[in-house]
Design a binder for this molecule. Structure first.
Ligand SMILES: [Zn+2]
Length: 488
């Protein structure tokens, strides 16, 4: 039986297909039919390129050396292998005994030789954690755009978004993203929560463990860049401090647990609304912070002998290689406990299933550091709103829970026109010369009607954390620090 069909493809993202006259990116699940009950069948894809297109890039094997004919042994692999076709710039390197291909689409100010060298070091560092690199070849497909970012992991490839003009000052960010998606080839593509494989394509796949699958990966993306020496220790501590600041500023961190955040990913994480910051927390951000705490806990408890790396390798060997299945919540916890040498019930109750404020300094002190807030004594007032960017009108996009705007009734979509009778032209000038406790009159347009609301300004809830060295560092703290930050 022949089935012919056309697919409309014009959405640019790492998880959707896009075709125009310059190139095609085929995200397999929305390009190929899903043959129920035939998922184990092999398939062959023959590509007829548009005029002038010369290159096909995918992790699918060639048939008889023909780049335009590709083979997949089953549908899971087909659906997990995006295909890029066009005139892309392709270069390669060998690392950990694996052939790597970097596929640059859309141009950019990247330095190939530098990327080859640095990406190879990242691959080597990540492979060292697991003791093996299970692919024969691996493809990085990079979509360079005016403004780009994000990534999506696959079994033997990944698609990354990048900003084409940002390879100089955003270089470390690009490497960190590449390290993140590549780390997934172990953590989530092979070592995975039970709900995430074998895939059930007919239903949503709920798991409370995305804080491990994504959060731990988000932790490793930066510690790996540190291990390659591409971040100095100071760079790295700055990245961690920023992560902590972003979580602590989010009111949703006091509302949603890490396990709930993971569980709700299907219906919430990729459909944020104006209130998301107030009632949810990212399992990437808090998951990475939890990984940091656990890494420090394990290093400290074992006096520098073990780290989170040992847990990852053990879980990979035990569940992916030996048992050939995913892990349950309890099994991952047991893996952590095995290397921490202690029961983690309390840790889970507080930080995974509970909303206890994180005792950062308990953990940072293990390595001779402490967390300080540079804005501790700051007395700036804040309304507690964000506004819609790219317009010279001041239109409220979000209202922060508990802020002055929240308490005194400013709403999303309100257009603020005057404060104390003076026309407002920008958010920066909104509160010049004011302090917390001051009363102001905010005039705004709400659905075509002008209102004036009295608002009492509150202190800005902004934080800016820094990880600082303790004054007297003990030899025991130094042992933890050296292991954590890969210091000589
Ligand atoms: Zn990820």
């Amino acid at each position: 039986m022949d089935v012919k069909y056309r697919v409309y493809a014009f959405e640019i993202s790492v998880r959707t297909s896009f075709i125009d006259a310059s190139h095609a990116f085929l995200s397999s699940p929305d390009m190929f039919l899903y043959p129920a009950n035939m998922l184990h069948e092999p398939s062959t894809i023959h590509i007829i390129p548009y005029k002038g297109w010369t290159t096909v890039s995918t992790s699918l094997e060639k048939v008889n050396g023909d780049s335009f004919t590709r083979y997949s042994p089953d549908y899971d692999i087909l659906f997990d292998s995006p295909i890029e076709i066009g005139t892309q710039d392709v270069f390669g390197f060998i690392a950990a005994g694996v052939n790597y291909e970097v596929v640059m689409v859309g141009g950019g100010n990247y330095d190939k030789e530098r990327l080859k060298k640095d990406m190879a070091t990242i691959v080597e560092e990540e492979t060292a954690i697991f003791g093996e690199n299970p692919n024969k070849h691996y493809t990085f497909i990079v979509h360079n755009a005016l403004q780009g970012g994000g990534g999506l992991e696959h079994l033997s490839s990944t698609t990354l978004g990048a900003t084409r003009g940002n390879y100089d000052k955003g270089y470390q960010n690009f490497l960190s993203l590449a390290a993140h998606e590549h780390f997934h080839l172990w953590n989530v593509k092979r070592l995975r929560p039970v709900a995430l494989g074998p895939f059930d394509y007919d239903n949503e796949n709920y798991t409370t463990n995305l804080w491990i699958a994504e959060g731990f990966t988000a932790y490793y993306q930066d510690i790996i860049v540190r291990r390659t020496q591409l971040y100095t220790p100071e760079n790295y501590l700055g990245v961690m401090a920023n992560l902590i600041s972003s979580m602590e500023e989010q009111p949703g961190a006091k509302v949603q647990t890490l396990a709930e955040s993971s569980y709700d990913a299907w219906i919430k994480a990729y459909r944020p609304n104006e209130n998301s910051g107030n009632n949810s927390i990212s399992y990437y951000t808090k998951g990475a912070i939890v990984a940091l705490l656990l890494d420090l806990e394990i290093i400290n408890d074992t006096k520098g002998k073990n780290s989170l790396d040992d847990v990852m390798k053990y879980m990979y060997d035990e569940y992916y290689k030996t048992l050939k299945r995913g892990y349950t919540d309890d099994e991952f916890k047991q893996g952590l406990e095995k290397f921490a040498g202690k029961n983690l019930d309390d840790f889970y109750a507080k930080y995974i299933n509970g909303l206890t404020p994180i005792a950062y300094n308990t953990y940072l002190n293990y390595a001779g550091y402490k967390l300080t807030n540079e804005l501790e004594n700051n007395n700036d007032p804040a309304l507690g709103i964000t506004t819609i960017p790219g317009t010279n009108r001041v239109i409220v996009a979000t209202v922060v829970k508990g802020s002055a705007a929240w308490v005194d009734g400013i709403n999303v979509n309100d257009e603020i026109t005057f404060i104390d009778g003076i026309q407002v032209v920008s958010t920066e000038s909104l509160l010049t010369g004011k302090k917390p406790g001051d009363k102001i009159n905010v005039t705004l347009i709400r659905d075509g009607i002008t209102l004036t609301l009295p608002v009492t300004l509150l202190k800005s809830p902004r934080v800016k954390y820094k990880i600082e060295e303790l004054a007297n560092v003990t030899p025991a703290q130094l042992v933890v620090r050296k292991k954590w930050l890969t210091l000589k």
